[in-house]
Design a protein around this ligand. Structure first.
Ligand code: PMP
Length: 305
């Protein structure tokens, strides 16, 4: 359950949590055309709270809206301000922030015409997405029976609400079968991404990740590529198959919610020695320092409150 906070930012104002409601004729509720973001705010080493890569997340929100042909009735600056306000209004030092842009009530056909575009920014406390244990010991994943979107069916560069039906189905299947997370293949059969994370593998200390073609180009993915290259690792963006994962030395997932989560087993095959590998642990440790402002060279990624 999401832990309730006092206020939610909705359509330009902070309102009580209980009042942040929508009508049942909300267009997005029926047809799934809306866009959203997932952002984290961390309590940094100097005691201040900092929103991690706020500019990039808001940029992607507007790109998602452009792809979905939704006109956001606020500026990027206003949405950034809303993210800060919702944290301050709720006294949240660390939180997950969810801006959501959706189409309200009006006409009810598939074409939303000029139904109002509405915006909410919600923040709540959210610990490790796949659990503390997964961060430490690694998680167990399953290749999904569901295929990730063909880019001409659902556009993967946008965080469109409806895109996540595919993720929910894959995640539910994986959990039902006793796994923690689902890895989805693209329509050509190559590894695409997990239900809410990007996928990385390590083989002979070379790091590989899916190219940003039929995936959501993750902001954590971008951080990890930069961090790894700064540490002297070779990072290749190239398609790979599920069996390449099986014989990798290490596999890990990246995402704002999941952060850097090692995978210890895929489809009942242990990855490497079946425990988080050295490279994964190194990247994870640096990532957690970066988000908390411990490393000056990456502090420009943080917007302090
Ligand atoms: N792929 C999918 C499908 C996702 O939902 C997410 C989470 N936003 C990611 C990848 C990772 O993106 P990010 O690192 O920007 O959170």
């Amino acid at each position: 359950m999401v832990e309730k906070v006092k206020r939610i930012w909705m359509d330009g104002e902070l309102i009580p949590w209980e009042e942040a409601k929508v009508h049942v004729l909300t267009h997005t509720l029926h047809y799934g055309l809306g866009v959203f973001e997932g952002i984290r705010c961390y309590k940094c080493v100097d005691g201040r709270s900092g929103i991690f890569r706020l500019d990039e997340h808001i940029e992607r929100l507007f790109q998602s809206a452009r792809i979905a042909q939704i006109e956001i009735p606020f500026s990027k600056e206003e949405i950034k301000q809303a993210c800060k306000e919702v944290l301050l209004a709720n006294g949240l030092e660390e939180a997950y922030i969810r801006p959501l842009v959706f189409i309200g009530e009006g006409v009810m056909g598939v074409h939303p015409y000029d139904n109002p575009v509405r915006v909410a920014v919600i923040a709540w406390r959210w610990g490790a997405y796949l659990g503390e244990e997964a961060l430490k010991r690694g998680t167990r994943a399953k290749t999904s029976s569901f295929v990730r979107h063909h880019p001409n069916a659902m556009m993967t560069k946008a965080k469109i609400c409806g895109n996540y039906v595919n993720s929910v189905l894959a995640k539910r299947e994986a959990v039902k079968l006793g796994y923690d997370e689902a890895i989805l293949l693209d329509p050509d059969g190559y590894v695409a991404e997990a239900s809410g994370e990007n996928v990385f593998l390590v083989k002979d200390r070379v790091i590989k990740t899916t190219p940003p073609t039929t995936i959501l180009p993750g902001i954590t993915r971008d951080c990890v590529i930069k961090i790894a290259r700064d540490r002297g690792y070779v990072v290749i963006e190239e398609r790979f198959t599920r069996d390449e994962l099986y014989i990798a030395d290490e596999v890990f997932l990246t995402g704002t919610a999941a952060e850097v989560t090692p995978i210890r087993e895929i489809d009942d095959r242990p990855i490497g020695n079946g425990v988080p590998g050295e490279v994964t642990r190194e990247i994870q440790e640096i990532y957690f320092k970066v988000v908390r402002g411990e490393l000056p060279q990456y502090r420009h990624w943080i917007t302090y409150l």
